[in-house]
Design a protein around this ligand. Structure first.
Ligand code: VAH
Length: 312
């Protein structure tokens, strides 16, 4: 990658990815974009609505973009409240990005998610290739997105790549409208009030990943030898699997007074129950050398250290 456009750059991933890509490729090699004027990071910025195909091509040509990291999307829980809006953004937005990539020869990274699996999928150590019948509009958009990206690669030669992200935990931009958001908010509340009310049940196991691992995965996949990529869209990648009760216990190792109770959100619980408990990421490990660096203990320690230092 030499000149990179990030869509959805003000979101949970985009905020940190912009800074990370600047550190890897140089400040002027990264163009952040979003639908709004606000920009949380010091970057070259374009106000860009991915529903405008013309605008997309204009920005790609203006900055001579060779790689698009397409993050603009609505997440799972938010999508269930407005499935039509999700389909517009997640599918028509992706379609426009792929069409623009076809016209400009740009490569495309767009994330899929563990949400691309459903209740009929083997939920433990979920294989790379398996049944994908998600029950959420978000999951359906992710499966359709995986297939659309593969189609643009096989039929038009577009260099499309992606990973199935688990729940992502970060200390910069808060997540918005996801089912796994509890795993971020818990840290802020543990520091601010010492108490957290979790909207998923105590034994709800989900695959999770610390943001530094997720950011590195984007770069490592995009820089991987294309000849070795048998799956492209999209690779299972995993770092840890834990339940809310396990996360609370890990936080209490640092903050013994921390207390958690449960106020289960039935919509989010049903979504989480349909997702894998853990993923098999052996294909990503074999084909492009994927390795996580943060486990539950390391992530918890680092999150509390960063957030704790801010609150002083
Ligand atoms: C969500 N954070 O909760 C996203 C993610 C695996 C979960 O796709 O919708």
């Amino acid at each position: 990658m030499k000149k990179i456009l990030i869509t959805g750059a003000s979101g949970q991933i985009g905020t940190e990815l912009t800074t990370y890509l600047q550190s890897v490729y140089g400040h002027d090699q990264v163009v952040a974009s979003g639908r709004h004027d606000d920009i949380r990071h010091h970057a070259i910025y374009e106000k860009l609505d991915v529903l405008s195909a013309v605008q997309l091509i204009e920005v790609i040509r203006k900055h001579q973009i060779d790689s698009v990291i397409h993050l603009a999307a609505i997440l799972s829980a938010q999508g269930e409240k407005n499935p039509e809006a999700l389909w517009q953004i997640n599918m028509n937005g992706l379609y426009n990005v792929l069409e623009a990539a076809k016209e400009t020869s740009a490569a495309v990274f767009t994330p899929s998610s563990i949400a691309a699996f459903g209740p009929e999928t083997p939920l433990d150590h979920t294989p790379q290739l398996t049944i994908q019948r998600p029950r959420t509009i978000y999951g359906i958009s992710k499966v359709a997105g995986e297939l659309l990206c593969d189609y643009y690669h096989h039929h038009f030669g577009v260099d499309t790549r992606g990973v199935r992200f688990p729940g992502l935990i970060s200390h910069e931009a808060l997540p918005g409208g996801g089912t796994t958001d509890y795993a971020v908010h818990i840290f802020y509340k543990a520091i601010e009030t010492g108490q957290f009310s979790c909207d998923l049940g105590p034994e709800t196991f989900l695959d999770m990943m610390y943001m530094p691992d997720a950011l590195r995965a984007v770069v490592e996949l995009m820089e991987a030898d294309p000849a070795k990529l048998q799956h492209r869209n999209a690779y299972n990648i995993s770092a840890m699997s834990f339940s809310p009760s396990q996360l609370a216990k890990e936080i209490q190792k640092h903050l013994p007074e921390f207390r958690m109770d449960y106020d289960v959100n039935p919509v989010k619980q049903a979504i989480a129950d349909s997702w894998p408990n853990s993923l098999d990421d052996s294909c990503a490990r074999a084909q492009w050398g994927w390795r996580p660096e943060y486990d539950l203990s390391a992530m918890t320690s680092h999150m509390l250290k960063v957030l704790g230092s801010r609150s002083r």
